[in-house]
Design a protein around this ligand. Sequence first.
Ligand SMILES: [Zn+2]
Ligand SMILES: [Zn+2]
Length: 234
Amino acid sequence: MPSLINNLVKNILHIVYHHTCASCGEKGDIICKACKDSFLFIDYNNICPLCGRHVGKRILCGECMLTKRYFSEGYFGFVYENRLKEAIHTFKFKGRPEVGRYLVSLIKHIVSPLADKIDLIVPMPITEKRLKERGFNQSYIISEEISKIINKPVIDAALIKSRETKDQYSLSREDRKKNIKGAFTLKRPDIIKDKNILLVDDLYTTGFTANEASYIINKAKPTSIIFFALARTL
Ligand SMILES: [Zn+2]
Ligand SMILES: [Zn+2]
């Protein structure tokens, strides 16, 4: 019963918010022009090719030289700040998947080159509990939109999140690492084996989640893993 009420509230909120900007709340488009114009794209040529940190050219950053990464390349959409941050928050927590879809449509130029590099799209999983609360997995929505651009299938049966984790934001750097360790389980290694995988998430912060999920996917012996995040902190 509570979940029925939850869904009802979500639907009402959806109707009320449907014609408001996901960033500033102004009536009209999914994202108004002023907010859209304020979004910053991550510049492929000026970032670390693994973690996306801005380093002024395309070279490995200091941290990536010292840290083992289980993915071979990283692609990133927006700089996670100000109005874009608000849009992603609305997308994830206010039941508005169309916002996520719209955001991906703004970064076609970043996503398109992936067509030649990957075979399968794997969304970063969330637990069943979170899925029930939220109504959708934000990474799955992003993956679906990427799939439309590059014409590769989304596979969400291969990797699952088997343990709930605390919100990474509330934790120290060391605790974030511990928090995510062992949270993922490989369900269908057969689908992953010998394939070029695009692992998709909504956000990249410390990279612990990306690395842990990649570490688990690697156990299935894929040909390669490329990581993608809709947004990245600077
Ligand atoms: Zn706006
Ligand atoms: Zn790096």
